[in-house]
Design a protein around this ligand. Structure first.
Ligand code: SF4
Length: 556
């Protein structure tokens, strides 16, 4: 073969490229491929000591010696496995969030998340939650959009007593945060809905009983979110794994399995695996998927570690094959796609249960409730013959088992304690994350802005008659699901009228979850120029709403 002796010219596309030594593929830190050495500080913390072990140190050391005695790796790492995050020091503006060191941002109090798997609370539990709020949390007890209760102002000294009280009624904070299996979302009307063919509660209970607190599953690459519901009443497409009810023509009612959903950076919707599993199989399939995540999940970069990245790289066919062959040892049945409504169901208002009693769904504003309110709620619930309350993933709550003749009275009394069963579209559809009041990552205020927004829109557009979702987020992390709201608001600094940087939001328009296949399921459009200052937000949303009303077509 003739070989040219003319040297290659730089920039000549026809020139042969100089041979390169092939680069060794960089590992992603996947355990199953032999990468066991931690590749970042978070992985190091988890390897050095299982984060679940920190509970003993809290009870035996830190609770006695106070905040200053806490090892920084426990404080900012392992505490999360027990639902504890340090909260933001008051008075630090959003412009300093990215420049301060963690210890400069945090104060000596904690945010504490209590997991309420499936959102199910009985009266004894509700009373304990309320009492802890009033005694130890300065009357805070937000309902989060993952059916948790979130306290603030918690002191490490009080944790042993708080755990004692929670656990005495079957509640826990175990793995409420951290790189582990978080709370299992469930239908707020599980077991009572007339159109539910299978109550998934036994599967939720079994997963929690078998796996929460199990060290085989306590070191995952990142958080792992689960949803199990017969109905489309949870944001199933935004979870690492979702089981959604479906009736198989040959095998009857069971669950369709979705994997790899997650918002935040690089948002992705979960994808169907195409399998049908029975209620009994749910816990094993769940454990298989978590096992894949633990063993094959990416551990090099935190922002590429969620299961969605693995699913995106593998595709669902390979994912299913690995699940069946390596984790379950058997093939799963192919399954039909579930029926999806136009919008997710939120259960607000008065609705008949299948046993003839009713549930009443009521809205606080942006999930903000107090311990005092919850204590009064417990009394009102009991006085109306009920013993069960459910939290929803839309920051709302339901009272179950109300005799039909007592519903009007209950609606009135709920209103008297600030819980509205006939809310405006604004109150019903607005959610807000924790924001700058307590969150160390926040850039803007969210809860107070959300309350102000609802109040202003109720005043200016009281009769707005469309379903609308508005999700306020204090930073790009999307805890309140920015990308899947009709109006998604991502907190950031924007340029104000006088040229100064002020709190504001980037706007995402037209997102949605739980949409019927083939319709507009997906993310809102993020338009770079679409921003508003926080001050201008109510007027901005009002303009959008008026434009929508003027332009909507019949049936929209
Ligand atoms: Fe905090 Fe940002 Fe999440 Fe809001 S979205 S709770 S500000 S991390």
């Amino acid at each position: 073969m003739a070989v040219s002796s003319i040297p290659a010219r730089a920039g000549d596309p026809t020139s042969p490229r100089p041979a390169r030594t092939p680069r060794r593929p960089r590992g992603e830190g996947q355990w199953a491929l032999g990468h066991r050495e931690p590749l970042n500080p978070n992985e190091r913390i988890k390897k050095d000591d299982d984060p679940l072990n920190v509970r003993a140190r809290i009870e035996h050391i830190y609770a006695h010696h106070g905040f200053a005695s806490i090892d920084p790796q426990d404080l900012r790492g392992r505490f999360r496995w027990w639902g504890l995050y340090t909260q933001r020091k008051a008075g630090i503006d959003g412009g300093r969030t990215a420049v301060l060191e963690p210890h400069e941002l945090e104060d000596e109090f904690f945010m504490l998340r209590v997991r309420v798997d499936g959102g199910q609370l009985n009266l004894a539990q509700l009373r304990v939650v309320a009492d802890i709020s009033r005694e130890f949390a300065r009357d805070t007890a937000d309902i989060t959009d993952r059916q948790n209760i979130q306290y603030h102002w918690i002191r490490v000294e009080d944790m042993p007593e708080i755990w004692r009280r929670l656990e005495s009624v079957g509640l826990q904070t175990t793995e409420a945060c951290g790189d582990c299996p978080r709370i299992v979302l469930g239908s707020p009307v599980a077991g009572v809905a007339r159109d539910e063919l299978v109550d998934p509660t036994p599967a939720i209970d079994e997963i929690v009983r078998r796996y929460v607190g199990d060290k085989a599953y306590s070191n995952l690459p990142r958080k792992f979110k689960t949803s199990i519901s017969w109905l489309v009443d949870t944001p199933y497409e935004a979870n690492d794994i979702s089981f959604l009810g479906v009736d198989h023509p040959d095998h009857g009612p069971g669950f369709d399995v979705w994997v790899g959903g997650g918002l935040s950076t690089n948002p992705m919707l979960a994808q169907r695996l195409g399998v049908w599993v029975s209620l009994d199989e749910v816990p094993d399939v769940w454990a298989g998927v978590v096992g894949i995540f633990r063993d094959y999940g990416y551990r090099r970069l935190r922002n590429r570690a969620r299961l969605k990245f693995l699913v995106a790289d593998w595709g669902v066919e390979k994912f299913r094959e690995v699940l069946e062959k390596e984790y379950l040892g058997q093939a799963l049945l192919d399954g039909p796609a579930p029926q999806l409504p136009d919008r997710p169901v939120d259960h607000i208002g008065v609705h008949p249960q299948r046993d003839g009693r009713h549930w009443v769904g009521a809205a606080p504003v942006v999930g903000r409730v107090s311990g005092g309110q919850l204590a009064r709620l417990a009394d009102v619930v009991e006085a109306h013959g009920s013993g069960r309350v459910r939290l929803t993933p839309y920051q709302k709550l339901l009272v179950l088992d109300v005799p039909p003749e007592r519903t009007d009275s209950l609606v009135r009394e709920l209103r008297g304690i600030g819980l509205e069963a006939q809310p405006s579209a604004w109150r019903r559809g607005t959610m807000a994350c924790t924001g700058i009041e307590y969150c160390k990552l926040a850039i803007v205020e969210t809860k107070a802005r959300g309350e102000e927004l609802v109040a202003r829109l109720e005043e200016r557009l009281r009769d707005f008659d469309a379903d609308i979702s508005i999700h306020l987020n204090g930073c790009p992390n999307a805890c309140a699901r920015t990308q899947v709201a009709d109006i998604g608001l991502k907190g950031q600094l924007v340029v104000g009228p006088d040229g100064q940087q002020v709190e504001g939001f980037q706007v995402h328009l037209g997102g949605g979850l739980g949409m019927a296949a083939g319709q507009t399921a997906g993310f809102g459009r993020k338009l770079r120029g679409l921003k508003t200052t926080a001050e201008e937000l109510p007027a901005y949303v009002e303009r959008l709403a008026r434009r929508y009303l003027a332009g909507r077509v019949a049936g929209e």
